[in-house]
Design a binder for this molecule. Structure first.
Ligand SMILES: [Zn+2]
Length: 253
């Protein structure tokens, strides 16, 4: 589930991402009553087996739900919750139609499971004196942002918008790729850099590695390089999908 909103007296409208019919909206009637038959099973970021009834309108009705994974550890960690909500928001905005993308569904399930695993690791590693704890938090924030950006790059790939990284996206030059252009759709050489912004080697290699590795194997990069990666993703989405995402990581992380 991507999102849940209160509706009327006791209902909720749910935004769901499904493997077979993309993003759908459904109403869960009476779910906010104390003795709802859905219990606590309809919560954001849950992975669910859900039964939907299709009426005449666009809105489906939830008739049954079972939890496959509630990601309990994630729910106790503010940073992981924030990251989960940003991941779900990105999927909802980039894949907002009923066109099925089972790969995107799997990617989101994997990302939520990873956030859940890492939330429990973070909980174990807290403790000790203040300074090392602070440094560990900064490291966690940095790797959280790297993980969020790697996830977004894989979403771009699934949307058919993966940036061109091997050669200048305008002229095909293979050397001296110094900038990134959202309009051109990838890295550019000095001759084609109009409308681009500088892209450090470290940011370039982060993107190439994130796209070729497993989601769990997040590449490392310094904060300024991650900033360039985020800008490259935003420029690509703005030019080719007219979509804007919220920042990859919040002030919490
Ligand atoms: Zn060029």
């Amino acid at each position: 589930m991507l999102r849940s909103m209160r509706y009327g007296e006791a209902d909720r409208i749910l935004h769901l991402y499904t493997p077979s019919r993309g993003r759908v909206s459904a109403i869960a009637k009476g779910v906010r009553r104390a003795r709802s038959r859905f219990g606590g099973r309809l919560e954001p970021f849950f992975r669910l087996q859900i039964e939907l009834h299709e009426g005449r309108g666009e809105l489906l009705t939830v008739t049954g739900a079972q939890t496959i994974d509630g990601h309990a550890r994630l729910r106790t960690d503010a940073r992981a919750l924030d990251a989960a909500s940003r991941a779900c928001d990105a999927v909802g905005r980039l894949f907002e139609t009923s066109e099925p993308h089972p790969g995107v569904f799997n990617l989101l399930c994997r990302q939520l499971a990873l956030l859940d695993e890492r939330a429990s690791e973070a909980a174990r590693s807290t403790g000790g004196s203040l300074d090392p704890a602070r440094a560990a938090q900064d490291r966690a924030a940095q790797s959280g942002r790297a993980g969020a950006l790697a996830f977004r790059l894989k979403l771009l790939l699934a949307a058919g918008l993966a940036p061109q990284l091997g050669a200048c996206a305008s002229c095909g030059e293979r050397e001296h790729l110094v900038g990134f252009s959202g309009a051109a759709g990838g890295v550019v050489c000095p001759a084609c850099e109009a409308g681009s912004f500088p892209l450090a080697e470290e940011a370039h290699s982060f993107m190439a590695q994130a796209l070729s590795r497993a989601l769990s194997d997040v590449p490392e990069a310094a904060a300024h390089a991650l900033g360039q990666v985020e800008r490259a993703i935003a420029a690509t989405l703005e030019h080719h999908a007219h979509v804007r995402l919220m920042p990859a990581a919040g002030s919490l992380s």
